[in-house]
Design a protein around this ligand. Structure first.
Ligand SMILES: O=C(O)CCC(=O)C(=O)O
Length: 285
């Protein structure tokens, strides 16, 4: 086990003081999913989607970079061979494979799998509509590139009860590859974000007031809350509330972290017009 993880270069000991396990949910009835979502702010479902579909999607995306990026040319497994192709634009902007991929039929069909909408409708206990903007994340070892601690409700207008995110790792995602982390119980304290800002939360992005901090150890020390995570397998998903603080760590193993965030809003709820277009990493949201 890695003794220290980093998030955007900021270290956090990988110990039981700072980390705990996400609870698994084995729902018998849909009300079990709703109850767990309200209680924990997230719901981890193992094997929610066929692993083959996930590996196929990973292979199709990573295959766009050519055979040299992955060890043994194996885009399905997707272990980083050490270099990205020359001349690639920044991740997710026009001309980068991720930008094309999220607009393609295979990705749209995946994001449109009925299971995702069913889950959203279970959470809302009512009809859901999919939010078009669906980011594709791709983190590689040796680069700072993790998600800073944040709340989704900071990024998208709307009432918490009317928005839900389904985070889908595209392939196995062990903790050291940069699995998603949730700050335990943070959805129960509506003032937590404001309190952290009063405490001058450290930031490595002075120009961007949206993330709370890149220093996950600091946030855990301040709040006395641990980061919950797991070794994700292809096919696992985690559903989360826009009111729970989450983040990730840098990818510290060869297995590249590829993932997507599939979002829904309650049908008929006031919608955020900025999120009706396909994702582009430079769309500013
Ligand atoms: O994948 C990540 O690191 C961040 C995902 C996220 O923030 C989300 O799904 O809301």
């Amino acid at each position: 086990m890695t003794a220290t993880l980093t998030s955007n270069g900021s270290p956090i000991p990988y110990t039981s003081q700072y980390f705990g396990a996400l609870r698994e949910t084995n729902p018998v009835e849909s009300s079990d999913i709703r109850a767990r979502y309200v209680e924990d702010g997230y719901v981890l479902l193992r094997d929610a989607i066929p692993a083959d579909k996930v590996w196929d999607l990973r292979a199709a995306y990573l295959g766009m970079f050519g055979p040299a990026m992955c060890k043994n040319g194996d885009a399905r497994r997707g272990e980083f061979a050490g270099a990205m192709p020359d001349g690639l634009p920044a991740h997710g902007i026009s001309g980068h494979p991720a930008h094309d991929f999220v607009r393609g039929d295979m990705f749209r069909a995946f994001a449109g799998l009925p299971v995702f909408k069913d889950i959203a409708e279970t959470i809302f206990h009512g009809q859901a509509e999919q939010i078009r903007r669906t980011p594709l994340r791709h983190f590689i070892p040796g680069r700072k590139g993790a998600s800073r601690a944040h709340l989704d409700k900071t990024y998208i207008d709307g009432v918490s009860a009317d928005l839900v995110t389904i985070w889908v790792p595209l392939g196995d995602c062990p903790v050291e590859a940069g699995a998603l982390l949730y700050l335990d119980g943070s959805h129960t304290d509506a003032n937590l974000e404001a309190k952290m800002r009063e405490h001058d939360a450290p930031t490595d992005r002075l120009h961007d007031a949206r993330p709370i901090t890149h220093d996950l150890k600091w946030l855990s020390d301040q709040t006395g809350r641990r980061w919950l995570t797991t070794h994700f397998k292809a096919g696992d998903i985690v559903i989360h509330s826009p009111s729970i603080i989450h983040a990730s760590t840098d990818t510290q193993v060869d297995m590249m972290r590829v993932s997507t965030d599939i979002r829904f809003q309650r049908k008929g709820a006031a919608s955020d017009p900025r999120w009706h277009a396909d994702w582009s990493a430079d769309d500013g949201y």
